[in-house]
Design a protein. Structure first.
Lengths: 115, 113
């Protein structure tokens, strides 16, 4: 079974602060994704990647950068955090079988609060 | 663009009653349809998926039929349990190059004993 871990699990920062959210998957999946989850909006895709060094823009990318350093590691960067980025963030991964509509495996989430 | 619309929650039920969560989708392609479930404090996990029109998916007593004509994929369970309390997401994946899954807004289901 795929294992996706996220750190930190909770983070509080101030407006204008820098935040890095980390995600690691240990199942050799090529695809990784960052989502944010907000009441009334469900899961919204921020960025995704299909391999080390690759980055694709999702539906709500403004204010976020991402970097995929290895097959296992995908980072989400908020360089000037704003209160509107207070949310629950999920990382997910999937393998190349079935392409982009393969099953995605999610991490436990990181709750970010921007004061 | 592609989209998914599902029942607005919360949905509150008693144990032993039936559940239906409606899901409708829009796409010009030939999607695979998914139901995900998210339990409190966890990330979403796949409940089941159906890649072909007019086929049914099922898992843990839940089922949904991929209705291409009606562009629907309603989730049903005949008799719910308290442990079914969760958020349910309908999602769509299609051939549009470079897309990840498109999720609905989620439906919170609460089952009381």
């Amino acid at each position: 079974e795929a294992a996706v871990t996220q750190s930190p699990r909770n983070k509080v920062t101030v407006t204008g602060g820098n935040v890095t959210l980390s995600c690691r998957q240990t199942n050799s999946h090529n695809y990784m994704y960052w989502y944010r989850q907000d009441t009334g909006h469900g899961l919204r895709l921020i960025h995704y990647s299909y391999g080390a060094g690759n980055l694709q823009i999702g539906d709500v990318p403004d204010g976020y950068k991402a970097t995929r350093t290895t097959q296992e590691d995908f980072f989400l960067l908020l360089e000037l955090a704003s209160p509107s980025q207070t949310s629950l963030y999920f990382c997910a991964s999937s393998d190349e079988t079935g392409g982009y509509y393969a099953e995605q495996f999610f991490g436990p989430g990181t709750r970010l609060t921007v004061l | 663009g592609d989209s998914v619309t599902q029942t607005e929650g919360p949905v509150t039920l008693s144990e032993g009653t039936s559940l239906t969560v409606n899901c409708s989708y829009e796409t010009k392609q030939y999607p695979t349809l998914f139901w995900y479930v998210q339990y409190p404090g966890e990330g979403p996990q796949l409940l089941f998926k159906v890649p072909k029109a007019n086929e049914k998916g099922s898992n843990r007593g839940f089922e949904a039929t991929y209705n291409k004509e009606a562009t629907s994929f309603h989730l049903q369970k005949a008799s719910v349990q308290e442990s079914d309390s969760a958020v349910y997401y309908c999602a769509l994946g299609d051939y549009q190059g470079g897309r990840a899954l498109i999720f609905g807004t989620g439906t919170t289901v609460s089952v009381s004993p």
